[in-house]
Design a protein around this ligand. Structure first.
Ligand code: SF4
Ligand code: SF4
Length: 392
């Protein structure tokens, strides 16, 4: 959250002039950044999963609601959402009480769809008043005039990220709504006049061949970059091994104590060469159009075959970004989880402080397990993986 690749790229382009040289300089900058972050991560792990900073400076991604107005076929939260009781959410006062106790400086509000939370604008206004930096992830389909009006009065919205799967037809098909693209386009165009905005596309078999057309759309909207995220694809084998390992090392039973909140997708639906060609073609299109195609995680772009084959744990030394960034995931009821994928609540912020939860024996042990095992089998294609070195 703290870095601004858009700004770094603009600076590189300014200093080095021609887009190609600017691109190379930016790539070097990215490599340095990841090397440096990896170094701090290694240090952190060598301290044994607990550090002298305690819970100070912990940031959070808050899944403020599990509700969503769309029905994307690939949505991993779909099943979780359908289970009874999962649609509850905390009242405004409890949400603010949690933020108060955490002494937040910044927060990422993520969903499902954050604007389905019934008092979302009240939460945003209260955070804004406290000077907390706000990062929002939304599908952008729920704004109306009154909503735009309230949103544009906020001073501390640092970035709004919109998820877009393809041009209108492809996007609407994936999202299960014939007007989704039109609404999101309007949201991007209106909010970008007030806040930094970003667009994110998960690379799927459905959009693999049409990624460059998104750059044309981005260019016509006046964006300087477009982010493409490699899909976090899971094999059943990854799930089974992770459940086995966690049961053995932590004593957590599958389902009762620990769940992997994702869907199994055994095959990607495209060959490695098709992925490689799509990435190169999209980067070339970006250079031609003057809009950066930002593939993330960067580490997968640089190790594309390892990502494709899901062999990163065997071939590289991996570091969980959550450990390096000191970030937790808070669920819709106040439970603290390590990340959005592994569901095990280490404690609830309505009952315990972040300090107690962060330093609880269970959480320290889990962080050490991640370091000891080179993360868990289901981490092999994590879309947040930023730090790795290799070979092992
Ligand atoms: S918009 Fe996001 S949360 Fe909603 S159904 Fe689609 S993927 Fe799931
Ligand atoms: S899936 Fe693994 S690597 Fe990714 S955030 Fe979770 S623990 Fe970290």
């Amino acid at each position: 959250m703290a870095t601004s690749p858009g700004r770094a790229r603009k600076l590189a382009l300014k200093v080095f002039g021609a887009p190609l040289i600017g691109e190379a300089a930016f790539s070097l900058f990215e490599q340095y950044k990841y090397w440096n972050q990896g170094r701090s991560g290694s240090l952190w792990l060598s301290q044994g999963g607990s550090d002298s900073k305690g819970a100070r400076g912990i940031s959070a991604r808050h899944e403020i609601t599990l509700k969503c107005n769309l029905h994307c076929y690939f949505c991993y939260q779909g099943d979780y959402r359908e289970e009874s009781g999962r649609l509850d959410e905390l009242p405004f006062e409890d949400v603010m009480g949690i933020y108060e106790r955490m002494g937040l400086k910044s927060i990422g509000l993520v969903g499902s769809e954050v604007f389905m939370y019934k008092k979302m604008y009240e939460v945003l206004e209260a955070l804004d008043k406290k000077g907390v930096d706000i990062y929002l992830l939304t599908n952008g389909t729920l704004f109306n005039e009154q909503a735009y009006d309230r949103l544009f009065r906020l001073k501390h919205v640092r970035r709004i990220i919109y998820s877009i799967d393809g041009p209108a037809e492809a996007h609407n098909k994936v999202r299960g709504n014939p007007k989704a693209f039109q609404k999101t386009e309007e949201a991007v165009l209106r909010t970008m006049k007030h806040f930094p905005v970003g667009t994110n596309t998960v690379v799927l078999k459905e959009n693999l061949k049409i990624l460059p057309s998104l750059l044309e759309i981005g260019k016509s909207w006046g964006l300087t970059d477009w982010t493409f995220t490699f899909e976090t694809r899971y094999r059943k084998r990854d799930f089974d091994e992770t459940y086995g390992l966690v049961q053995k090392e932590m004593g957590w039973k599958q389902g009762a104590d620990f769940t992997i909140n994702e869907l199994v997708r055994e095959e990607p639906g495209y060959a490695f060469e098709e992925l490689e060609e799509a990435v190169e073609e999209t980067v070339r299109a970006g250079l031609r159009l003057g809009i950066k195609a930002n593939f993330t995680p960067f580490i997968w772009r640089k190790n594309l075959r390892t990502y494709y084959e899901g062999t990163s744990r065997e071939q590289m030394t991996l570091l969980c970004p959550k450990l390096v960034n000191r970030e937790v995931t808070i669920d819709h009821l106040g439970g603290v989880h390590h990340c959005g994928v592994y569901r095990h609540s280490f404690g609830n912020l309505r009952e315990r402080s972040m300090e107690e939860i962060w330093e609880s024996p269970d959480y320290v042990r889990f962080r050490r397990l991640l370091g000891k095992q080179n993360l868990l089998p289901a981490c092999a294609r994590c879309c947040k993986m930023q730090f790795a070195s290799g070979p092992r």
